[in-house]
Design a protein around this ligand. Structure first.
Ligand code: IPM
Ligand code: MG
Length: 368
């Protein structure tokens, strides 16, 4: 039995609350499925700033580089809004992504049957929806130089640079095609090749990489049209492959199609380490939700599903990941809902910890 190392960074806001529920799930797999995890915990974001004056301590960064997987809750909150840009909570997360070189960000948008009524779109447009956005995560306008606010004549100018090398596009494109091979074998690449040179190169490189995956059908779309198509007819997509900034926006849009941001996990993967596992960080798509922090109202499902992604992509436990995902579907099918999952018709919400317990119960039932 091999040991799996996991670094938990609960972060800010509801991060610690949802992570406490993930801990229950991790323990269940240790006790019942022989999956032992060596878990350590540390600070990130505002919590790290409060303790160390930086949103990510160098020691934490070094630990993140050594473990099999990092599981992060959420960062940020109004308390930190006025901090200098360089120490804002978000910088801790961006540092992890950049220094671990987590270039492929997987953001599934899946519509759970029990929640299809929840979407702001008509039920038949979203029922059964299952798409995966592959967002390039370590380059593009988030990191390109030059950047900054500069004096120019008698005013200031704010500058950010969209920059992509061929190799950066290529490695992320390969992840997109590899994923598509294990799914519906379709990739739709989104850029703005009509107005941006980086988009022209993106399209060229992606088309070249596609030649190595003859079974996968590649299409291209301008990102603005992509946004429209996502809302018009989202089920036309399997894997959407896009850059850092478009991916940020399109993934929020796709998330909302499913009815609840509180349900969506994500994985950020880099190159394989010496043990063959990819560098990896898993986190829910939702933020720190300061408005409900500390009230036991948060939905832990996105964070638990992020652990399911860790089981699948870092620990080669696809069957156990599916077991966990099915346990969550079973909980929803029983009608159990945290407050964010109660529609207009209302009902009685269960608490964060009751949801965690219900997931563990459903896992136990999966063995019977
Ligand atoms: C996301 C978030 C981050 C991003 C922020 C918190 C830096 O919006 O993960 O989508 O812009 O990438
Ligand atoms: Mg975002």
């Amino acid at each position: 039995m091999s040991t799996n190392t996991l670094l938990i960074l609960p972060g800010d806001g509801i991060g610690p609350e949802v992570m406490a529920e993930v801990r229950k799930v991790i323990n269940w797999f240790g006790e019942n499925r022989g999956l032992k995890f060596d878990v350590s915990e540390d600070l990130v974001g505002g919590a790290a700033y409060d303790a160390h004056g930086v949103p990510l301590h160098d020691d934490t960064m070094a630990r993140a580089q050594e473990v099999d997987a990092v599981l992060l809750g959420a960062v940020g909150g109004p308390k930190y809004d006025d901090l200098d840009f360089s120490v804002k909570p978000e910088r801790g997360l961006l540092r992890l992504r950049k220094e671990m070189d987590l270039y492929s960000n997987l953001r599934p948008a899946q519509c759970f049957d029990a929640l299809a009524d929840f979407s702001s779109l008509k039920k038949d447009i979203v029922a059964g929806l299952d798409i995966m956005i592959l967002r390039e995560l370590t380059s593009g306008v988030y990191f390109g130089e030059p950047r900054g606010i500069f004096e120019e004549g008698n005013e200031r100018v704010g500058i950010n640079t969209q920059r992509y090398t061929e190799s950066e596009i290529e490695r992320a494109a390969r992840s997109a095609f590899e994923l598509a091979m294990r799914r519906g074998k379709k990739v739709c690449s989104m850029e703005k090749a009509n107005v941006m040179e980086s988009g022209i190169l993106w399209r060229e490189v992606t088309t070249r990489v596609a030649k190595d995956y003859p079974e996968v059908e590649l299409s291209h779309m301008y990102a603005d049209n992509g946004a429209m198509q996502l809302v018009r007819a989202p089920k036309q997509f399997d894997v959407i492959f896009t850059d850092n900034l478009f991916g940020d926006i399109l993934s929020d849009c796709a998330a909302m199609l499913t009815g609840s941001l509180g349900m969506l996990p994500s994985a950020s993967l880099g190159a394989p380490m010496a043990n063959g596992r990819p560098k990896a960080l898993y986190e829910p798509v939702h933020g720190s939700a300061p408005d409900i922090t500390g009230q036991g109202k948060a939905n832990p499902i996105a964070c638990v599903l992020s652990f399911a992604m860790a089981l699948r992509y870092s620990f080669d436990q696809g069957d156990e990941a599916t077991r966990l995902e099915q346990a969550i579907e079973a909980v929803l099918a029983k009608g159990l809902r945290t407050g964010d999952l109660l529609g207009a018709e209302g009902g009685t919400p269960i608490s964060t910890s009751e949801m965690g317990d219900a997931i563990v119960t459903a896992l136990q039932e999966s063995l019977e």
